[in-house]
Write a protein that binds this ligand. Structure first.
Ligand code: TPP
Ligand code: MG
Length: 1038
């Protein structure tokens, strides 16, 4: 009895009689679902049937008996009474007594069989078998659920029925059924027999199929399990390793009769299906040759989303942020978000002129923001659909980030007010890695949005590809299992089942604040788009689809047959909505101009003027007073809390910082501190996220101090700067660039009054987030008139560390800048520099001094508009003794220097200068060292271009004009086909009206960004310096 005694003494599981109330109203921690109980002690040897696998079962019986002696079979009752009364070994057991008069007729019928049962050994084994059978349905029932409305494909891509459950399809054929039972017996699964079907079994606490009953005949047990798990809903949840959550789900799906709808609810559902269906039909009638990626075959999506929103609103949510792909997007805009229909219809008018600058985007990518009353709950609700590119699933982390930001700004620390819903296609959900990366953000403290409801439009096809060729997992949703999200598969031709799982999904989110997936197993009535012929590749599927009655018709017929609506009422509902569409269509003809800004997903109230313009076209000085600089510097070099022991090495770093402050200088880390600290003082929230950003990859930042004596005790001095400062968030991220950069982009979308920065571990790692850069950051404003001030910090520099870790690929960012290399802008224009910034798609800088880094960070917020900022940040310069700036460069009146001109001896006698070298970033320090060594300070001027894009034509023209006798050369440490050369050269030539050549001093073209050999690296460096300072080197070329 050792096992029994120890386990039973420790734990007593909740019983079935402790209903859902316990779970949903008062959520105890998982450990609290168990409590200490008395110990049961009958030696195993004395009771031979208490052995091996039966002990678990006996434990369970014992626990149930303790709770309510009547809940177990009489024989058990006597047995436990005797044992507890101290019956000698071997005498506690007495043969079973008849059951008391049960409530079920079947119980009475089965009684004789139970009474006649000759040995308890068999009784225990059969109960164990039944318990296993129940568990088998809970785990694998979804494999036999009727999920495909077409009845062609199995949703799990596997037609076999798990060997340990009996399905209703088996029962249709008695022979199959018997064979299956026999297999279960012979196969040794359960040892059950057909004759056991009418025996009554006590139900374990891990099922709710009994309702009020604690025992049922096996036949009824199987029937109820099939009702719960093998009909139109397939529930996947048994991988969840939290008992309370599993019990909650079991209760939601197993309780007899739980899926009930009032007539009112049924009518609402029908009306929503009418809207969803007729909307697509209307578009098809009016624009039969336009792509719209209609919802036909999954019309149920609209009522599904509305149910999730209604239920969430009822539970306190007042802001829902959504992300979705093409499929059904216009329908969602019209019928869920309630965009004015005429605004949608006029998007189909090819003659409408665009009112906004930029490329605009196709109608099924645009976003939306709308505040309205939820008619079901009578509460205000804001709905926003985030604009997205064609790249499937790319918007997922963006939606998460925006949701997190909205939660943050309204103090919703538990996600009770703001939530997100993400929609997916089956092929994309299974295929795109970003889905996995986004799931992995879902439970991280600085990234969690406290649960997302995922809805998959699983039309069992991706463009022309069959799921059997498109994924290796049984379901398209298996990726969600990594975060223990329950997955509800549902046959979309059963609208009530869909509504039920949506209700449960919303309740799950508001109860547990964790992700949940609704898998709408449906079909796609047309081709991939309305122009596409699906029969080329899916002939049989589409033959079946042609025969398939639309879900609206099926459901209407059902409700008419139930007397919930009558035919005229149904027809009236249809003509009412058709009329709404027609009237909106008529109004849409009055629209003369297309305003993309009407499709903005994230308005920034108050930031722009009413007509969307910046409030000024200037930028104040980004300098700070000496007092502020000193104060921030002092906090940055201290530990602002008591009794906090930091690492000895860090003490030395902070001491050095303190000395720098005394000497009125800053290095890179301190400059960043000054920029952040001062913006916090001005009420600007700062969020810095990325891999290992808290300390800094190069161990230079140290924004989070760790107590060396107390585990997990940390201190963020940046949050101890000013009494009413804005909060500072610094967070080490998961090891995902795509997910995290997308998330931060979304965070930055929510408000212009925050500096949101993402730092790559090394700059080259940004390429795994290329989609976010190419589809959102670079063209976001042009496509969606939406500004974004995100900052990318990309460590970059050739330091002999090999091909990886060297280049943040400046050439790629520069190639995507929208300024014209061949056109010299009007340099005399007032506010030339600000106008240039306003017109650009993003700003690209490589600062050579900490002071300039400080200024460009502050400028990012002090500008009257927002642009993405790409900063190539240094590695070795972080500790370079010359890479320091004086406070003087940061005082009031100072500002970011787009160009840092030569200011040494060469600048004093410019006509003597033979060569004007242009460069950017770290190579400047190599060049000045070499120039000094060669004693050429008067002959060669070196000018740094700090802001590469927009290109500082105005300042560079001045530089060139200053040195009339100098030849011009661009010097870079990157290989010739990389770096800045291809961007800078044509622009420099345009600046000087192509009057002179622009020579190149740098590495040769190469496939890899850098050599892996340190010696080669140094040789290459020396060679480029030789070229830069050999004043005759270009003679032969001219
Ligand atoms: C990342 C990416 N790769 C390829 C495509 C091209 N594409 C557009 S729709 C589609 C099929 C998507 O299938 P699914 O996710 O099942 O959605 P459905 O169209 O069936 O609703 C593909 C491959 C894309 N949009 N994005
Ligand atoms: Mg699909």
């Amino acid at each position: 009895m050792f096992h029994l005694r120890t386990c039973a003494a420790k734990l007593r599981p909740l019983t079935a009689s402790q209903t859902v109330k316990t779970f949903s109203q008062n959520r105890p921690a998982a450990a609290r679902t168990f409590q200490q109980i008395r110990c049961y002690s009958a030696p195993v040897a004395a009771e031979p049937f208490l052995s091996g696998t039966s002990s678990n079962y006996v434990e369970e019986m014992y626990c149930a008996w303790l709770e309510n002696p009547k809940s177990v079979h009489k024989s058990w009752d006597i047995f436990f009474r005797n044992t507890n009364a101290g019956a000698p070994p071997g005498t506690a057991y007495q043969s079973p007594l008849p059951l008391s008069q049960g409530s079920l007729a079947a119980v009475a019928h089965a009684q004789s069989l139970v009474e006649a049962q000759p040995n308890v050994d068999k009784l225990v084994e059969d109960h164990l078998a039944v318990q296993s059978l129940i568990r088998a349905y809970q785990i694998r029932g979804h494999h036999v659920a009727q999920l495909d409305p077409l009845g062609i494909l199995d949703a799990d891509l596997d037609s076999s029925v798990p060997a340990d459950i009996i399905s209703s399809t088996d029962k249709l054929d008695l022979a199959v059924f018997k064979e299956r039972l026999r297999m279960l017996t012979v196969g040794g699964f359960y040892g059950l027999d057909e004759s056991d079907l009418d025996k009554v079994f006590h139900l374990p606490t891990t099922t709710f199929i009994g309702g009020q009953e604690s025992a049922l005949p096996l036949r009824e047990i199987i029937r109820r399990l099939e009702m719960a798990y093998c009909q139109h809903i397939g529930v996947e949840f048994m991988f969840i390793n939290d008992l309370e959550q599993c019990q909650w789900i079991r209760q939601k799906f197993e309780t007899p009769g739980i899926m009930q709808f009032t007539n009112e609810e049924k009518r609402t559902l029908l009306a929503r299906l009418v809207r969803s269906t007729r909307f697509e039909e209307f578009l098809q009638r009016k624009w039969s040759s336009e792509k719209r990626f209609g919802l036909e075959g999954c019309e149920v999506l609209i009522p599904a989303l509305k149910t999730i929103i209604d239920k969430s609103s009822e539970n306190g949510v007042d802001y829902v942020i959504m992300g979705m792909p093409h499929r059904g997007r216009l329908n969602v805009l019209a019928n869920v978000i309630r965009k004015e229909l005429e605004q949608i219809f006029c998007q189909f008018d090819s003659k409408l002129e665009a009112a906004d600058e930029g490329s605009g985007d196709v109608k099924y990518h645009l976003g939306m923001y709308h505040r309205r009353i939820n008619r079901v709950t009578d509460r205000n609700i804001t709905l926003s659909l985030v604009a997205n590119p064609s790249h499937l699933e790319a918007a997922d982390p963006v939606v998460m980030g925006k949701t997190k930001a909205e939660q943050f700004y309204c103090g919703d620390t538990e996600g009770k007010k703001v939530m997100s819903i993400l929609l997916h296609g089956d092929a994309a959900f299974a295929g795109q890695g970003i889905v996995y990366e986004t799931f992995h953000l879902s439970d991280l403290p600085s990234y969690t949005t406290h649960g997302t409801v995922h809805v998959v439009v699983n039309n069992q096809i991706g463009f022309t590809t069959d799921p059997r060729m498109a994924r290796s997992s049984p379901y398209p949703t298996d990726v969600a299992r990594v975060v223990n999200a329950p997955i509800f598969h549902v046959n979309s031709d059963d609208p009530e089942a869909v509504m039920y799982v949506c209700k449960v999904a919303a309740e799950w989110r508001s109860t547990f604040h964790k992700d949940v997936v609704v898998d709408l197993v449906c079909y796609r009535r047309n081709g991939h788009n309305e122009m596409d012929e699906p029969m080329f590749t899916q002939p049989l599927m589409y033959k079946q689809i042609r025969k398939q009655k639309p879900v609206l018709q099926k459901y209407a017929e059902l409700l008419v047959s139930q007397g919930v609506v009558n035919q005229p009422e149904y027809e009236e509902e249809i003509s009412k909505y058709d009329k709404i569409c027609e009237e909106a269509f008529a109004r849409s003809k009055d629209e003369k101009i297309l305003h993309i800004k009407h499709w903005l997903d994230s308005p920034w109230p108050g930031f722009f003027t009413l007509d969307g313009q910046p409030r000024s076209m200037s930028c104040p000085s980004t300098g700070l007073t000496e007092d502020i600089l000193t104060h921030i510097g002092n906090v940055a070099s201290s530990v602002p809390v008591e009794n906090f022991t930091i690492h000895g090495g860090l003490s030395r770093i902070l001491k050095t910082r303190g000395e720098m402050v005394k000497n009125r200088t800053v290095d890179w880390a301190l400059a960043e501190y000054m920029a952040f600290g001062s913006l916090l003082k001005e009420g600007i929230h700062i969020r810095l996220s990325g891999q290992d950003v808290e300390r800094g990859t190069f161990s230079h930042r140290h924004h989070v101090l760790h107590d060396q004596n107390v585990d997990k005790r940390t201190c963020i001095p940046m949050n101890h700067l000013w009494p009413n400062q804005a909060p500072y968030t610094v967070c080490n991220s998961s090891l995902s660039e795509y997910g995290v950069l997308g998330f931060e982009l979304g965070f930055a979308m929510a408000s212009p009054n925050a500096l949101v920065l993402w730092e790559a571990q090394f700059g080259d790692f940004h390429n795994t987030a290329q989609c976010i850069i190419d589809q959102f950051i670079c063209p976001g404003q042009a496509k969606w008139v939406r500004q974004n001030g995100i900052v990318l910090l990309l460590p970059h520099g050739m330091e002999g560390m090999g091909p990886e870790h060297s280049s943040a690929r400046p050439e790629r960012f520069l190639q995507m800048c929208n300024d014209d290399p061949d056109v010299l802008p009007d340099l005399k224009e007032a506010n030339f520099d600000i106008n240039q910034l306003y017109d650009c798609n993003w700003v690209v800088v490589n600062c050579s001094t900490p002071g300039n880094f400080f200024h460009v960070l502050r400028r990012q917020i002090l500008l009257p508009f927002r642009k993405p900022l790409i900063i190539f940040t240094p590695k070795s310069l972080l500790r370079h003794p010359e890479a320091r700036s004086s406070f003087d460069e940061m005082l009031p009146g100072t500002h970011f220097q787009r160009v840092i001109p030569e200011d040494g001896p060469a600048a004093q006698n410019p006509e003597n200068v033979r060569r004007l070298l242009f460069c950017t970033g770290k190579v400047y320090y190599d060049l000045t060292r070499e120039r000094k060594a060669r004693d050429m300070v008067g002959q060669v001027a070196i000018t740094r271009i700090e802001q590469l894009s927009p290109f500082p034509f105005d300042l560079l023209l001045k530089e060139v004009q200053k040195y009339p006798n100098a030849e011009l050369a661009w010097c870079q440490e990157e290989h010739k086909n990389q770096g800045y050369y291809d961007y800078v050269k044509p622009r420099l030539r345009t600046t000087i009206s192509r009057a002179k050549p622009v020579w190149y001093a740098g590495r040769d073209p190469a496939a890899a960004p850098a050599t892996g050999n340190k010696k080669t690296h140094l040789t290459e460096l020396q060679r480029l310096l030789d070229t830069a300072f050999d004043l005759d080197v270009f003679k032969n070329f001219s």
